[in-house]
Design a protein around this ligand. Structure first.
Ligand code: TXE
Length: 481
C-alpha cells in the first residue's frame, strides 16, 4: 500500500485528524494506497507556513526564482518514467500518453514560466502636456489557492502552480482526490530543487472538505480552479463576497465543424484524436461533430473504420490507445449517457459497450462510442459527458452550423476544418468560445491566452495573462512640473 502525505512547509505530514481516503487504480478497480482526507486544520497549518515564507519568496530576485523553477522542470524530466507510471496508475491513461503528453508538459509549464517571469513587464505612460508619468507596479498577491482536476493531473496542477510561484506568490494546492499521486511526487522534487520551505504546500483530500476550506479562507487572495462547472459555481458563490480574484476553467462541449473543402485525410486523423484522446476526458475534446451534408456519409464510414481500429486495453500495454476511465463513479456517469441513446431519435453507430480486459476484470474500460443525433438540442449534445463518446450530425449551410455550434451553454473551444480563408476568418470571429483551432486541434503555444466563455469559465490562463492574474496592479502618477 502506498501512503501519500500532505506536503507542508517542506515536510511530508499525516493529516492532523488522521483521516484517510482510499486511492484506486482504475485499470483494475483495486485499492492501491491511501491519501490524507485533510480538513480545515491542515489548510490553516499550510496557510501559516505559506504566510511565513511569503516575505522572503516575494523578495527573492527573479533570476533566483527562475533558476529554481527551471531546476524543477529538469528534475521532472529526469523522473519521467516514475511520474508517468504514477499518473497512469491513478488515472487509467496509457503510460505511453503520460510519457508523451502529461509529464513533458508539466516540465514545460515550469520551464516556460521560469523564462516568462524574466520577461514580465509593467507599463509606464508619459503625458507631456500635463507633465505626468504614470507607471505600474505588479506585486505578488500573497498566498493563493490552486485547485486542479483528475483528467490531466500533473499537467493542470503545474499549469497553475508554476505561474503563481514565478510571480512571487506562495501556494496552497489541492490536487484531485481521485489522482493525487504525481502531486505527492512533486513535493519531493521541489525540495531537491531548493524551493524554500512553505513556498508550495500540497494538501490532499476531498473538495467538500480541504477544497472548501481553501476557498473559504479569508486570507487566501486568489483561487485558480479547473474542474466541473457545478463546482465552479460553488467556488464563485463562496469567493465573491470576499472579493477574491478568480480564474475558473470549467467544462466544455466543443464543436468540431467539418466542411467538404477541408484536407480530408488530415481532418480524419485529427478528429479521431480530438474525439478520444485521454479517453475523451479532456475539456478541449471536440465532442459535437458537425459534418457538411455532401460528405456526411463518406465521413461516417471512414470515421467508424478508423475508430474501430483503436485499441482499448490496460494502460501498461505499449499498444493501448484507449485506457480505463478514471473512476467507477465517472464510468457509470458516462454509461448512463449511453443508456439514453435511442430515446431522442439518436442512433448508436459504433461502440457503447463495456470492455472486459483480461487480468483487469475490475477496470473501467469502454469502447469509443459514436452516436448520430437528429438535433443539437438533445441531451447528448447539450451536456458534458467527458468520456469517449462523440455525436455526429450533418449540416446544410454555414449559418445553420454556426447557430448549432453556439447553441450550448459552454464556450471553451471550437475546431473548424476548411480550406476557405474567408470562411475560417468568419467562423473564428463568430464562434462563442475562448479558443478556435482552424485545420488543427490541441496545438498549444504556452504564450497564448487559454480559457473559455459562458459556462466554460472566467479569466484566462497562459502567458503573461496568468502572470497578471497572479499579481496585484498598482498605478503611480507623478507630476514633474
Ligand atoms: O470535478 P470537480 P469532478 C467536468 C466533467 C466531470 C465533471 C465533474 O464533466 O464529469 O466536471 O468532475 C475540487 N471546493 N470536469 O466531480 O468536483 C475537487 O476535489 C473546492 C471538467 O471530478 O469539479 C478537485 O480537486 N474544491 C474538467 C477539483 O475541485 C472543490 C476536469 C475538480 O473536481 C470543491 C474535470 C469545493 N466545494 C472534470 N468540490 C475540466 N474543465 O477539464 C470539488 N472540488
Amino acid at each position: 500500500m502506498i501512503q501519500l502525505k500532505n506536503f507542508i512547509n517542506g515536510e511530508f505530514l499525516n493529516p492532523i485528524q488522521n483521516q484517510w481516503l482510499d486511492n484506486y487504480n482504475p485499470s483494475n478497480g483495486s485499492i492501491y494506497g491511501q491519501l490524507p482526507n485533510s480538513c480545515l486544520k491542515d489548510v490553516n497549518f499550510a496557510y501559516e507556513a505559506a504566510k511565513k515564507a511569503f516575505e522572503s519568496w516575494s523578495n527573492t530576485p527573479i533570476e533566483k526564482r527562475s533558476a529554481i523553477l527551471l531546476k524543477i522542470a529538469s528534475l521532472i524530466d529526469d523522473n519521467l518514467d516514475r511520474f508517468a507510471e504514477a499518473e497512469s496508475k491513478d488515472n487509467g491513461k496509457p503510460i505511453s500518453v503520460a510519457k508523451r503528453l502529461d509529464v513533458p508538459r508539466a516540465a514545460s509549464n515550469f520551464r516556460f514560466f521560469g523564462h516568462a517571469i524574466t520577461q514580465f513587464q509593467s507599463e509606464s505612460h508619459e503625458t507631456k502636456s500635463e507633465k505626468t508619468i504614470n507607471y505600474t507596479l505588479r506585486h505578488p498577491l500573497g498566498v493563493v489557492g490552486c485547485i486542479s482536476p483528475w483528467n490531466l493531473p500533473l499537467y493542470l496542477l503545474t499549469w497553475k502552480i508554476a505561474p503563481a510561484l514565478a510571480a512571487g506568490n506562495c501556494v496552497i494546492a489541492k490536487p484531485s482526490e481521485i489522482t493525487p499521486y504525481t502531486a505527492f511526487l512533486l513535493g519531493e522534487i521541489c525540495n531537491k530543487a531548493g524551493l524554500p520551505k512553505g513556498v508550495l504546500n500540497i494538501i490532499h483530500g476531498k473538495g467538500a472538505n480541504a477544497g472548501q476550506a481553501i476557498i473559504e479562507h479569508v486570507h487566501i487572495k486568489a483561487i485558480s480552479f479547473t474542474g466541473g462547472t457545478e463546482t465552479g459555481k460553488i467556488i464563485a458563490r463562496t469567493a465573491a463576497p470576499m472579493f477574491k480574484k478568480l480564474s475558473l476553467e470549467l467544462g466544455g462541449k466543443n464543436p468540431n465543424i467539418i466542411f467538404a473543402d477541408c484536407d480530408y485525410e488530415k481532418m480524419l486523423i485529427s478528429t479521431v484524436k480530438s474525439s478520444f484522446s485521454n479517453q475523451g476526458q479532456i475539456c478541449l475534446c471536440g465532442s459535437r461533430i458537425f459534418v457538411e451534408a455532401s460528405i456526411f456519409d463518406q465521413f461516417k464510414t471512414d470515421f467508424i473504420k478508423c475508430v474501430s481500429k483503436l485499441i482499448v486495453g490496460p494502460p501498461s500495454n505499449k499498444s493501448t490507445q484507449i485506457g480505463a476511465l478514471v473512476s467507477k463513479a465517472h464510468y457509470e456517469k458516462v454509461l448512463s449517457f449511453i443508456d439514453r441513446v435511442g430515446s431522442d431519435g439518436s442512433k448508436l453507430l459504433y461502440g457503447g459497450k463495456r470492455v472486459h480486459v483480461k487480468d483487469h476484470e475490475g477496470g473501467y474500460y469502454l469502447t469509443p462510442t459514436i452516436v448520430q443525433v437528429e438535433s443539437n438540442s438533445c441531451q447528448l449534445n447539450q451536456e458534458e459527458i467527458f468520456g469517449p463518446v462523440v455525436t455526429i450530425m450533418p449540416f446544410e449551410s454555414e449559418s445553420q452550423v454556426l447557430e448549432m455550434a453556439n447553441d450550448v451553454k459552454y464556450g471553451l473551444s471550437a475546431t473548424v476544418w476548411t480550406n476557405n480563408l474567408k470562411r475560417s476568418l468568419f467562423f473564428s470571429e463568430h464562434l462563442e468560445c475562448g479558443i478556435v483551432w482552424v485545420n488543427t486541434w490541441m496545438q498549444r503555444d504556452l504564450r497564448t491566452p487559454f480559457g473559455g466563455v459562458k459556462s466554460s469559465g472566467l479569466g484566462r490562463e497562459g502567458g503573461f495573462e496568468v502572470l497578471r492574474f497572479f499579481s496585484e496592479t498598482k498605478n503611480i502618477c507623478i507630476n514633474y512640473k
